[in-house]
Design a protein around this ligand. Structure first.
Ligand code: COA
Length: 425
């Protein structure tokens, strides 16, 4: 079976998490991803959060599957020649350098476009044009500046960052879509273009419903927020809403059997209006089906704490999985809080290829998250990440067509290898 992006060659200048997330997806769709790394050093994440000494970290391996690695010093004159040849041979250049790095390297957009007018140049930066455009940005900075942190957490607590990497991986996803759109447009125009995504913009896009609420706030209190029912006035900005549901259907995280000792013995429970009567029956409050204080959603809004406390009395008598089984039978929306341990052991996620076991020559077997985007005619096979510079000579010969003599010359220039240490006399 062929792959969706077969024949597309990516010059991958990405590092850390945001950019590598994007190029890994492209590789899973069948693109040939050539990761360019600094000789001797490589992507900084190879050495970060290492669980085994001198072995590529899980941080690196889990973000760089299905890629090839070439080491290249792009500040070395011979290295610039190789980079020029790569630009002419690839379809897309993806980078998430700090602002201005590509220009300082001597490869601004204008030069790349002149070298290869078909090339798409895709970039992630922390911020778009404006006062912060020159700033370096990491995950949590993006979450804080994109509206996520100010709206996450509890009203009387600090702003919170989330465990899901919406700044890095979220922006990588956005960039991937931009690249695929630009590739499609190129089939009609024959021209490359620039694709840029700012992490702040990506996070704000994911926090879109909170900008919705910001504007609703001008027309009165946000009635589905718990604080409305508690009689606490709203300020002029969208408050943190705890575990309130972001939609119009009130929801909360509730304790289940075992919560005293298990930090994940909880269930998300949504009091969706169409199944309200079934909820009343399940929790043993049939009278609430007709009682004017509970029967209709507007009446319930001021009583959500009382209602969820009553539902929790019921959920605490069940494990989260028992509760899920019972509630699902009645189409009552709910979800257990699943720990990473539970997800790692989940057999259906293994069967669907969302959690995969990968073998690595240095570290042995480890678990990773496979491609969450399933294409029926382009299945993704997860291949281990490359060792640093594993494919350097292969790429010089096969992709760029360099002869043995040329490859030896490039090696001699020092463009591919770390500087040799000269032993002290
Ligand atoms: N050969 C030679 N030099 C190389 C090279 C190579 N193959 N690859 C990178 N370099 C150099 C760059 O030219 C740059 O040198 P310069 O500053 O002298 O121009 C230098 O390495 C540092 O690059 P930079 O991207 O700024 O790395 P950093 O470690 O200082 O900053 C980030 C890291 C992530 C903060 C920064 O890259 C950034 O803000 N990226 C955009 C936002 C982003 O993606 N953030 C999330 C990352 S998960």
């Amino acid at each position: 079976m062929t792959k969706a992006l077969k024949g597309v060659r990516i010059l991958d200048f990405t590092h850390v998490q945001s950019g590598p997330t994007c190029t890994q997806l492209l590789a899973w769709f069948g693109a040939d991803v050539i990761k360019v790394e600094r000789p001797g050093v490589g992507d900084i994440t190879r050495g970060q959060l290492q669980d085994k000494p001198n072995v590529d970290s899980l941080y690196f391996t889990m973000l760089n599957h299905n890629k090839r690695s070439i080491t290249l010093d792009t500040k070395n004159p011979k290295g610039k020649e190789v980079l020029t040849a790569l630009i002419k041979s690839c379809d897309v250049l993806v980078e998430n350098f700090g602002p201005g790095v590509l220009d300082r390297m001597g490869f601004p957009w204008e030069k790349i476009h002149a070298l290869n007018p078909k090339m798409i140049v895709a970039s992630i930066k922390g911020f778009g044009p404006g006062p912060y455009e020159d700033c370096k940005v990491y995950e949590n900075v993006a979450q804080c500046t994109g509206g996520s942190a100010s709206t996450t957490g509890f009203r009387d607590g600090l702003p919170l960052v989330t465990g899901a990497q919406i700044g890095d991986s979220g922006t990588g996803l956005h960039l991937g879509l931009g690249i695929v759109a630009a590739l499609y447009q190129r089939t009609m125009t024959g021209q490359g273009q620039r694709v840029t995504v700012a992490m702040q913009d990506g996070v704000l896009n994911l926090a879109r419903v909170k900008l919705r609420d910001q504007q609703r706030l001008a027309h009165g209190p946000l009635k589905e927020y718990s604080q409305f029912g508690e009689g606490i006035p709203f300020g002029d900005a969208v408050p943190r809403a705890g575990n309130d549901s972001g939609g119009g259907q009130p929801g909360r995280i509730l304790k289940c059997k075992g919560w005293e000792t298990d930090p994940n013995a909880y269930l998300y429970f949504i009091t969706q209006a169409p199944v309200w009567e079934k909820i009343c029956d399940v929790i043993g409050e049939p009278g609430w089906k007709t009682h004017p204080d509970y029967a209709k959603p507007p009446a319930r809004l001021t009583r959500l704490n009382e209602i969820f406390a009553r539902i929790e009395q019921w959920t605490m008598t069940k494990t989260k999985f028992e509760a899920m089984d019972i509630l699902n039978k009645d189409d009552i929306p709910c979800g257990p809080i699943l720990s990473m341990k539970e997800l790692a052991e989940d057999q259906s996620l293994r069967a669907s290829g969302t959690v995969v076991e990968v073998d690595h020559p240095q570290r042995g077997k480890y678990l990773s998250v496979g491609n969450p985007i399933k294409l029926s005619d382009s299945p993704s096979e997860v291949l281990r990440s490359p060792l640093l510079g594993e494919h350097t000579d292969e790429i010089l010969r096969q992709v760029l067509g360099f002869s043995d003599h040329q490859v030896a010359e490039i090696h001699d220039s020092g463009a591919l290898d770390p500087p040799r240490k000269v032993a002290a006399e």
